[in-house]
Design a protein around this ligand. Structure first.
Ligand SMILES: [Zn+2]
Ligand SMILES: [Zn+2]
Length: 330
């Protein structure tokens, strides 16, 4: 069976998921509770860009993160541990996915959206290599900014400057907040990303991320320093919302690992004939090809509300191109 769709947009892709891109049915009317259940079941009961960060956060927090009491003063020991708690999972997931999908070509081009391979010997990229450009902006810029923010937050938590809770004393809120963090992050991301597409900020800052029209796992948080400063400011919600260190760790893993999966360029990771993980995100893949559409995520349908939703159809491509022309003619 081949992946076919009657829409001419399908011919532009190696793999087009077919039909239109789905958005979170929680915001569709009339409300279809079964569709909502399927949506959340697909996100939380499989290997996904939500469950991988959650498992990593629990492991890192339990086995690796220093106790809050040791973070009351800025000391090299725990600060290096927090840096490694960010760095190592990133290398593991982005490196692992890149190896399977692009070095070993473990599943060939099955479920690969863009037909092209990643770019080498291309002057657009730092070090003339898409891979090393992305590795540098991820491990150099993004992980540094994320870590510095976490140093500040953990230090404030340790000293009681921000509200800290425990899972045993506040079980309901603790679990609920864990599930709400991705929604908060999605809300924050939409507005930050929208701002970065202002033509001036785009040229100086966000263009670093958009060098990647064809994307790979290391593209996820391959961002300019200023973009990272904005992107990771999502953590500052913990200044006001009562949280446990595990909440911050999940927020951290979600913010840095989830884009690795959504930028993988493949809809699914396949090992043998088995589907090992849901990885790519056609919604965001469209953003990298057509730019002025799909600024948010499929979780919160801001793009549909504000008229910038690209649903994967040829008509949407034409609409997006007209919108871009209009933006840059002002
Ligand atoms: Zn963008
Ligand atoms: Zn992106």
């Amino acid at each position: 069976m081949t992946d076919v769709s009657p829409d001419p947009e399908a011919a532009r892709w190696n793999y087009h998921p077919g039909g239109v891109v789905q958005l979170n049915p929680l915001f569709s009317r009339p409300l279809d509770l079964r569709a909502v259940w399927r949506w959340y079941q697909g996100a939380w009961f499989q290997v996904t860009a939500l469950t991988v960060p959650l498992v990593l956060a629990i492991v890192v927090w339990w086995a690796f993160l220093p106790a809050l009491e040791t973070m009351q003063a800025f000391q090299v020991g725990w600060m290096v541990q927090v840096w490694l708690a960010n760095l190592l999972p990133q290398i593991l997931v982005a490196g692992g996915l890149h190896w399977w999908l692009y070095s070993r070509k473990g599943q060939g081009k099955r479920k690969k959206f863009d037909a092209r391979d990643l770019a080498f010997s291309n002057g657009t990229f730092t070090f003339r290599s898409q891979l090393w450009d992305n590795v540098w902006w991820t491990l150099g810029s993004a992980i540094t900014v994320a870590t510095v923010y976490q140093w500040g937050l953990f230090w404030m938590m340790a000293n009681g400057y921000v509200p800290v809770i425990s899972f045993t004393e506040n079980p309901v809120w603790s679990v609920l907040w864990l599930f709400l963090i991705p929604a908060w992050s999605s809300f924050h991301y939409y507005w930050v990303h929208r701002l970065e597409h202002h033509p001036r900020l785009y040229a100086r800052v966000h263009a670093v991320h958009h060098r990647n029209v064809n994307i790979g796992p290391w593209t996820g948080i391959s961002n300019h320093w200023f973009e990272n400063a904005l992107y990771f400011s999502t953590y500052w919600i913990h200044l006001i919302v009562p949280s446990h260190p595990l909440h911050l760790m999940f927020h951290a893993m979600f913010q840095q690992i989830s884009p690795v999966m959504s930028h993988s360029g493949f809809e699914k990771v396949i090992v043998g004939d088995a589907e090992a993980a849901k990885s790519g995100d056609f919604f965001h893949q469209l953003h990298h090809r057509y730019f002025e559409c799909n600024y948010g995520t499929s979780e919160l349908p801001f793009d549909r509300w504000f008229g910038t939703f690209h649903d994967g159809s040829f008509a949407a491509t034409q609409r997006t191109r007209a919108h871009k022309k209009q933006m840059y003619s002002r």
